[in-house]
Design a binder for this molecule. Structure first.
Ligand code: FES
Length: 105
């Protein structure tokens, strides 16, 4: 499983998603509740960037129609989205945030 450095931990503001690309895959990196999560940046309902949404209760809300996706599992908590969004393993090494998109966590 190849981990790629995506950003510095110190530049990640709490509850402010950061959009990055990992091996061509758009990923939203989110620091919240003392942890860092990585979730595919495209909503499973339509082609919308999740990193433009709000973070609350360890979930990211799609700004377009309001489905929230659990940052730990990628599962939507409510309609209109019904399919989960892939989530990816994250490693913190010093001030480096690393994400692997070759395997979903
Ligand atoms: S595009 Fe995300 S919930 Fe509709």
């Amino acid at each position: 499983m190849a981990f790629v450095r995506v950003c510095a931990l110190s530049e990640l503001e709490t509850d402010t998603p950061k959009r990055v690309e990992v091996d061509g895959t758009p990923v939203s990196v989110v620091r919240t509740e003392g942890e860092v999560f990585a979730i595919n940046d495209i909503c499973s309902h339509a082609n919308v960037s999740l990193s433009e949404g709000e973070v609350e209760d360890c979930a990211i809300e799609c700004w377009l129609h309001g489905s929230s996706f659990d940052l730990r599992t990628g599962k939507p908590s409510g309609l209109p989205a019904t399919r989960p969004v892939p989530v990816y393993p994250v490693k913190i090494e010093g001030d480096d945030v690393l994400v692997s998109v070759t395997q979903e966590s």
